[in-house]
Design a protein. Structure first.
Length: 240
């Protein structure tokens, strides 16, 4: 029988799986572990939801005309015997910005998605922008912040302060889950708040057009989030 996997080892594989770079053998081991570990199932769900927003949060940029030529020249000038090796978490980590201050679960996938998404949306562009202030609830009256909606890109950046780290009733902390509430119909789960690398603030990238929704709200939910709100609302943002 194969040796059991620790949760720490599973966290690294969950991050790789969320980015689509986990090999089949490790994936099979991870699947067996997740099947019997509620903690890591919650981690995997959160990582997958957040990483799924990454491609939608970035703009495709045209590379400089001479970049391909320079890269090929550099590759062939240093070419030599290549030894295949297993890709590690460290290899993938070098490919993303240095957002190691984030301490959320599955930090590679969640941190990369949030930080890259905010960076991609807030670069200077000629775009229509709308802002909506956060309205704190009685359960968390210190919450304050703003939702910035980039209309032409159909993406938004939520920045919130005055929000403490969620309680940890078990092995994992609760999460702040973000919902879009339409004029008709139930709330739609769209994101999680993640602590800002600079500290103090919390951020989230919300993909999609806000027009057609009447409210954005945040609730406290169990690790991994829920399909429908179950916890107390900590703030809301009227959109119309």
């Amino acid at each position: 029988m194969a040796p059991s996997m620790t949760c720490d080892a599973a966290d690294e594989l969950i991050a790789l799986a969320a980015l689509g770079v986990l090999d089949a053998d490790d994936g099979a081991v991870l699947d067996r572990h997740i099947a019997v570990c509620a903690r890591c199932r919650a981690n995997a769900l959160m990582a997958q939801r957040t990483a799924a927003a990454l491609p939608e949060s970035l703009d495709l940029l045209e590379a400089p005309a001479g970049l391909r030529r320079r890269l090929l020249t550099a590759v062939y000038s240093s070419a030599g015997p290549v030894q295949p090796r297993r890709r590690t978490l460290r290899d993938v980590w070098r490919r993303v910005p240095r957002s190691r201050a984030l301490t959320a679960l599955a930090p590679l996938a969640i941190g990369a998605a949030t930080v890259l998404g905010v960076w991609g949306l807030t670069r200077p562009v000629s775009a229509q922008v709308e802002t909506f202030p956060v309205q704190a609830s009685t359960s968390l009256p210190t919450a304050r912040g703003v939702l910035t909606f980039y209309v032409t890109r159909s993406h938004s950046v939520l920045t919130v302060a005055g929000v403490p780290t969620p309680a940890t009733p078990g092995q994992l902390p609760n999460v702040y889950e973000i919902w879009l509430i339409p004029s008709n119909g139930g709330p739609k789960p769209v994101a999680f708040l993640s602590p800002s690398p600079s500290g103090g603030d919390w951020t989230a990238v919300v993909s999609g057009d806000l027009r057609g929704y009447r409210t954005l709200a945040a609730t406290i939910e169990p690790p991994g989030g829920e399909a429908k709100p179950t916890g107390p609302e900590i703030f809301s943002i009227p959109l119309s």
